[in-house]
Design a protein around this ligand. Structure first.
Ligand code: 5AD
Ligand code: FES
Length: 351
């Protein structure tokens, strides 16, 4: 299905339940046909919450003095990696704030250790890093990199991502660079950022297609009280009819449309979505286009400090409880757990 921007906007604005049921059905059909019933598990390790940036929405931004900062040791990370193996996961994702204490060589060593001791695919999600860092990490064996572009509206992007002095912030250039280095590339957006219009969200979805993303992560914007965007008041800059709501339903729409524009991509049912509906959010995401979940492996003593948004799902759980919980949820909707690294199956579209 070739969805154009107006059709995408039409779906984003759709309120009729019966019509929406068609969207869910179509996304689920395309998901089954193109990536099958396997749900791939990526074990998430939140390796550091230090961050030099001041993103307007993010709870681990540099200015938040209310959280205890931590950086895991490589032995602690390897402990989580071994758990991922025991649990049968195919991938570990190492995520952090933009932490320059995680040096190029140190990360490269950790990646080499993981690749030397396990068969796991390694995904990094460490923010906007230099070309040289990305090159060295790829050469060390990293398979994938995640960097959401958050919004394609340049004005809005600039407003919520103050750059570091003397350095621009061009995530599209980094995504391009990652692709040429041979990474599988993941990106995505938040849904319902104050100031985000239907028009710009539809453009984001079109960009998923033109960027030919291997992975697409989308979750609702959740206000964090210790951030500039933390107030729940709607943005005064936008007419309320233009503002995309940060709701569970709107997030399912974006997940479903992402599946339709990128039928072969790996799409997670995200923790932010599960945070809005702790009972069934994960499952509904998986039933409306998603085929990946990211159970959290971060040691419990660090979890609460990786509070990018409040009331995050699984914050009080252990790796084992998340593991068991995810298996139960996947089985409850008649899907099965995928084996192996679960990389992108389909050929890249010609560019
Ligand atoms: N609400 C929802 N998602 C958030 N992220 C960061 N802060 C928030 C928030 N307040 C998302 C961003 C980032 C990813 C790791 O987490 O999209 O890319
Ligand atoms: Fe963590 Fe359910 S996935 S408790």
């Amino acid at each position: 299905m070739r969805l154009d921007k107006d059709t995408i906007i039409g779906w984003l604005r759709e309120a009729d339940e019966a019509r929406l049921a068609e969207l869910w059905r179509e996304a689920d059909r395309v998901r089954r046909e193109r990536v099958g019933d396997d749900v791939h598990l990526r074990g998430l390790v939140e390796i550091s919450n230090h961050c030099v940036r001041r993103c307007g929405y993010c709870g681990i931004r540099a200015d938040n003095r209310k959280i205890a900062r931590y950086r895991m040791t490589s032995d602690e990370i390897m402990g989580c990696v071994r758990e991922a193996m025991v649990f049968g996961y195919g991938t570990v994702v190492l995520q952090s704030g933009e932490d320059h204490g995680l040096t190029r060589d140190w990360i490269a060593d950790v990646v080499r250790r993981i690749k030397g001791e396990t068969e796991l695919a390694v995904t990094l999600s460490l923010g906007e890093r230099s070309d040289e860092d990305l090159e060295v990490w790829r050469a060390a064996g990293t398979d994938r990199y995640l960097l959401r572009f958050e919004t394609s509206d340049r004005e809005l992007y600039g407003r919520i991502h103050p750059p570091l002095p003397g350095r621009g912030s061009d995530r599209f250039a980094i995504l391009d660079r990652l692709g040429s280095l041979g990474y599988e590339v993941g990106s995505g957006v938040m849904v319902g950022i104050p100031g985000q219009t239907y028009e710009s969200l539809a453009r984001d979805i079109e960009l998923f297609r033109s960027l030919d993303l291997d992975m697409i992560g989308v979750g609702p914007f959740i206000p964090h009280p210790e951030t500039p965007l933390g107030s729940t008041e709607p943005s005064p800059a936008l007419l309320s009819d233009e503002q995309v709501p940060n709701t569970e339903e709107m997030t399912y729409k974006v997940v479903a449309l992402a599946r339709l524009v990128c039928p072969g991509s790996n799409i997670p049912s995200t923790t932010a979505l599960a945070t809005l509906n702790k009972a069934h959010g994960r499952e509904l995401g998986l039933m409306r286009g998603a085929n990946v979940v990211m159970p959290n492996l971060t040691p419990p003593r660090y979890r609460a400090s990786y509070e990018i948004y409040p009331a995050k799902a699984c914050i009080d759980e252990t790796a084992r409880t998340c593991h068991i919980c995810m298996h139960g949820r996947i089985a409850s909707i008649g899907r099965r757990v995928g084996r192996g690294p679960g990389g992108r199956k389909h050929a890249k579209s010609p560019s």
